[in-house]
Write a protein that binds this ligand. Sequence first.
Ligand code: 4AD
Ligand code: MG
Length: 434
Amino acid sequence: MSPSEFEPVARAFAPEALGSSVRLRGWVLRSRSSGGILFVVLRDRTGSVQVTGRRDALGPEAFDAAEHVQNEGAIEVEGTVAEDRRAPGGREVRASAIRVIHSGEPFPIFVEQTEEFRLDKRHLVIRSQEHVATFRVKAEALRALREFLDREEVLEMTPPVLSGNAAEGGAEAFQIDYFGRPGYLSQTAQLYLEALLFPNERVYALTPSFRAEKSRTPRHLTEYLHLEVELAWCDLDALLEFEERMVVSVARTLAERRPAELRSLGRPPEELATISAPFPRLKYAEAIDRLAAQGFAVRWGSDLGTAEERALTVEARQPIFVTHFPREVKAFYMLRSTEDPRTVEAADLLAPEGYGELIGGSCRETDLGRLTARLEETGANLAEYQWYLDLRRHGSVPHAGFGLGIERLLRWVLRREHIRETTPFPRTPSRHTP
Ligand code: 4AD
Ligand code: MG
């Protein structure tokens, strides 16, 4: 059998396939035999179908071999598509031949195993229907985001992930030995995107970011996929409108293109289809008042943690912007607000239903003097930032940008309890294998 003769499993369910002969190949989802009949559920990337094989049709040797194939073993099947009310989808393939490609060892994954064991066996666990659906939605989200950015004429850039300076505040960067000198794994591509902005005006990057925070929360990874956008001639209003268009676009595209996967993971696609702009906007000061009224021990200058973000959004069905944070709780590069100089022109976008921060964005400080002063206040090593400060010496123009955590987006969209379920090999403080 040459590869081109095989058909996708899903073809067995096409109207015209009934009564015709097919050749399929894939993996055994589960199997059992009784009374000289073998029942196998065969899966490939397009779906799964029940295959039945009778001992008299297959011959005793082939039947015995097929009967010994373990879950996740691999087989090829030749047979006829028939109607069968009891089979999932109402069809089955009656096999005339089954060829064993790999019988396999007993598959060690069962639903009732501990989370630790399942994380140790992650390389096998990711064969589950749940993970297949999750990563299809993730791939679709990445495609939808790229399509959106393409329509908006934002150009994809490829900044480095290894760097000689830590960008978002030294403490949270993974330091490495770079041939005897200190190096860092990127926490953000922002500073490089700002350099690339001047010749290109509208740029983005989709790169891994690394955070050496020992945050054992259901929304922190030490490595995550970061979509970052940087736009010239952009103020805070224009930035928030851009973010709104992007989030609406990806939510609706997922609802249109992946309804079955969304439903199987517990997110009705209709809910994503109703995400619409403008999103409610809340100033930090108002957020603090609201939280204080709810009994939170917060005051001006407090950062908003998991519990605070949750309280602000748990009843919400649309994402919410929180804007104008105090400068002390935000990064050095954020533009001071002229309205209230204690604050910066920044906004976090919080997901609905208590899922927390999806996007962090701001207008960037363009003035060399103020930028240098802020860097000094934060205790940064100025020598490391000279190249970045150069950007404010040559045609410095108003600009703004943001970063979206892809796994944070998926955690909300797919209603996952823990962010690790949105990435195949999660990196957390306690685990960097397999
Ligand atoms: O808010 P953050 O730290 O902002 C930046 O890094 C900016 N330099 C981005 C920019 O303006 N270009 O991170 C941006 C987003 C967060 O809103 C969150 O979605 C995600 O990155 N994120 C994480 N995702 C998973 N695990 C973590 N530990 C994350 N830390 C941030
Ligand atoms: Mg943030």
